[in-house]
Design a protein around this ligand. Structure first.
Ligand SMILES: Nc1ncnc2c1ncn2[C@@H]1O[C@H](COP(=O)(O)OP(=O)(O)OP(=O)(O)O)[C@@H](O)[C@H]1O
Ligand SMILES: [Mg+2]
Length: 309
């Protein structure tokens, strides 16, 4: 287990930011840490990055306890905070050399490693540009480049895609996929679930300092699905189709929406071939019949509203 927290609790005065958190992340995972503003994501990440002490409970990174063995943890992690400081009059290459020196990487090795991370983050062409002149997306890639210099095992990324345009988001996502393929364990926070869906191997949903869900993306969707919805279109009279379908057992509700029928099935029903049979028996032709995709955003809202146990 590369990250393990046991009853992790953090208070700021009276405010309980994290409440008895049990978080487990295995080596090689890409873990999406999702929660609305103020949920406690940054607090958790800063504790794992050894920058903040728990009030109660324990956080372990690669088996080392935060607060007691922080010096052993620091070389193993790469932390990208949710803000980027100002670095006036420093060009990209100098910036990376500066941080490499801080990690005791010297001489030829330093030049080699700086060249490698520039290449990996697609910033080689910007090596002589002033850091402050970079776009937000480039700065974010540079922040990631900086934490790769010492080849850490665990990357802690606090909302790396926030404030980026769609293209820059995709670039960051591709970079993170590449790092994951290279064997890095990644913890990435976001308040948007869909953004992480195709990147992450598992997710945790945090709300007011408590984990309301931990598991795979698929499991989150499955848990949030309160029953299947089937989308049906017919070239014949949709109102008559609606009446035929509404009379069937296992059908909870039928809505007519823009000429299409949205058929909600009871929770235990997964096979919907009976819908086609009933329509054909009623001499109604079928244009299209398909299961509605469960939108990840909907899944997230349902999971965080406590509708799903
Ligand atoms: N230094 C601090 N002093 C007092 N309260 C704090 C401090 N840092 C965070 N908090 C509070 O702790 C709670 C959790 O904050 P945190 O920044 O961890 O949430 P977050 O999930 O990262 O939110 P966001 O999505 O806005 O970044 C919030 O209510 C916040 O106001
Ligand atoms: Mg935060």
């Amino acid at each position: 287990m590369i990250v393990q927290t046991i009853n992790l609790t953090k208070r700021y005065g009276k405010l309980v930011a994290l409440n008895n958190l049990h978080l487990n992340i295995e080596e090689g995972e890409c873990f999406g840490y999702i929660g609305p503003n103020g949920a406690g994501k940054t607090t958790t990440i800063r504790i794992l990055a050894t920058l903040l002490q728990p009030t109660w409970g324990e956080a372990r990174v690669c088996g080392h306890v935060v607060g007691y063995e922080s010096r052993k943890i620091r070389p193993l992690i790469g932390y990208v905070p949710d803000f980027f400081g100002a670095y006036e009059d420093m060009v990209v290459q100098e910036y990376l050399e500066f941080f490499a020196a801080a990690y005791d990487i010297t001489g030829k090795k330093r030049a080699q490693i700086v060249g490698d991370v520039l290449e990996l983050t697609d910033l080689t062409y910007k090596r002589d540009a002033l850091v402050d002149s970079l776009s937000r997306g480039m700065k974010q890639r540079l922040s990631i480049a900086r934490v790769l210099l010492h080849d850490p095992r665990l990357l802690l990324l606090d909302e790396p895609a926030s404030g980026l345009d769609p293209r820059a988001r995709i670039e960051i996502r591709e970079l993170l996929k590449e790092l994951h393929r290279m064997g890095k364990t990644i913890l990435i926070s976001s308040h948007i679930l869909p953004e992480l869906a195709d990147l992450c191997t598992s997710i945790g949903i945090l709300e007011q300092g408590e984990l309301v869900f931990q598991g795979s993306v698929r499991e989150a969707v499955r848990r949030a699905r309160l029953g299947t919805t089937v989308h049906v279109t017919t070239p014949d009279d949709p109102e008559r189709a609606r009446q035929v379908l509404a009379a069937l057992p296992n059908v909870v509700d039928v809505q007519l929406n823009d000429g299409a029928l949205l058929v909600s099935l009871s929770q235990e029903t997964t096979d919907f071939s009976f819908i086609a049979a009933a329509l054909l028996a009623g001499k109604l032709r079928i244009h299209e019949i398909k299961q509605e995709e469960v939108n990840l955003e909907t899944a997230f809202m349902r999971l965080t509203k406590g509708i799903v146990q």
